[in-house]
Design a protein around this ligand. Structure first.
Ligand SMILES: Cc1cc2nc3c(=O)[nH]c(=O)nc-3n(C[C@H](O)[C@H](O)[C@H](O)COP(=O)(O)OP(=O)(O)OC[C@H]3O[C@@H](n4cnc5c(N)ncnc54)[C@H](O)[C@@H]3O)c2cc1C
Length: 314
């Protein structure tokens, strides 16, 4: 059976598209490789979101879960699958997944966000050894840091947000930043400087040690080369993400670079029957936010619907 629409990616864009597709009674399948809820559930589950209308403040995972429940209740099917190949058939498309499964679709909606990625590592002794035993790359649950002494490594917005997120319950939070000043948003910098977070500028972690888990780390000042040792319970590294290889360039769609899909105002791509929405799309003035991803998903589904009903729907 060919689905009316198969949506690749189960983040805010893909799940909203699923909800809207079901209001038009389209048979809908969402394929998600990593975590349903997208970046909200995987990357910042306990960070608060303050700009999603109707929720003054809501944690990432909670908002992501609400999207998932809504999509499922609407009748969209969701499967845990990584799409690796997309082929055009005489009519419609066939998607193949890493598990070897194949799905047929009359139309495709690509909502793959920033794609699949993994955290950048520091590449220092002890890091790999203690990964999962004190060394982490994202906050899965801020309550795990209660009464802990934690080094947060990084100087961008998400490192600052992580430090702010855990500082209320942690015993001590030390932010290790390799530059002499922050390049993050003024709002975050101001909040960190007003908070109990201790900031080490021009500082780099060079060594992580422990026994069954992390116990201490060595930090050096990259101007004076002076080394200091800190007794700690955890190291949270947040120095960015490295994208895993993307299948997009093989799919014959017009791209912007390797990872962004060029779309028209109706969210159609250069290939008839394939649409895209969310962080993965590129157009002048594009803003990567949850609400914009949701808005684009509605437009994309309206275009899918018109395509499927053509020429009977204007
Ligand atoms: C630290 C951080 C904080 C943020 N805070 C906010 C905020 O407060 N407010 C706000 O509005 N925005 C915020 N954003 C941005 C917001 O999270 C994104 O704009 C939003 O998640 C985009 O939704 P999306 O569905 O397009 O992509 P994503 O959320 O990235 O979802 C895409 C999904 O597609 C899946 N996928 C990728 N490739 C495949 C494949 N081949 N097969 C199957 N599945 C695949 C991925 O696993 C992912 O789950 C933040 C972003 C970050 C990084």
């Amino acid at each position: 059976m060919a689905y009316d629409v198969v949506i690749v990616g189960g983040g805010p864009a893909g799940l909203t598209a699923g909800i809207y597709a079901r209001t038009r009674k389209l048979s809908t399948l969402i394929l998600e490789a990593q975590a349903v809820g997208g970046q909200l559930s995987w990357l910042y589950p306990t960070k608060s979101v303050y700009d999603y209308p109707s929720h003054i403040a809501i944690e990432g995972k909670e908002l992501g879960d609400l999207f998932v429940v809504h999509a499922r209740e609407s009748g969209a099917e969701i499967a845990h699958e990584e799409v690796v190949d997309l082929k055009r058939l005489k009519s419609g498309f066939r998607l193949t997944t890493k598990s070897g499964a194949a799905y047929e679709a009359k139309t495709i909606l690509l909502a793959m966000g920033m794609g699949l990625f993994e955290p950048k590592r520091l590449g220092i002794p002890g890091e790999a050894e203690f990964e999962g035993r004190g060394v982490e790359y994202r906050v899965r649950d801020r309550h795990e840091y209660k009464d802990r002494r934690v080094l947060v490594v990084g100087g961008g917005d998400s490192a600052l947000e992580i430090a702010l997120e855990i500082v209320a319950s942690a015993q001590q939070v030390i932010l290790v930043h390799r530059r002499g000043e922050f390049r993050a948003m003024e709002k975050n910098v101001e909040a960190v400087l007003k908070s109990p977070v201790k900031v080490l500028y021009n500082a780099e972690v060079t060594f992580i040690e422990g026994d069954d888990r992390v116990r201490r780390a060595v930090v050096y000042d990259n101007r004076t080369l002076k080394k200091s040792q800190f007794e700690i319970d955890g190291v949270l590294v947040n120095i960015g993400f490295e994208p895993k290889s993307t299948p997009l360039p093989r799919w014959g769609i017009e791209l912007e670079g390797e990872r962004l899909i060029k779309v028209k105002a109706d969210m159609s791509t250069s290939v008839e029957g394939i649409y895209a929405c969310g962080d993965i799309v590129s157009y002048p003035g594009k803003d990567k936010r949850i609400v914009t991803a949701c808005g684009e998903a509605v437009t994309a589904i309206m275009s899918v619907y018109k395509h499927l009903r053509s020429p009977y729907w204007a």
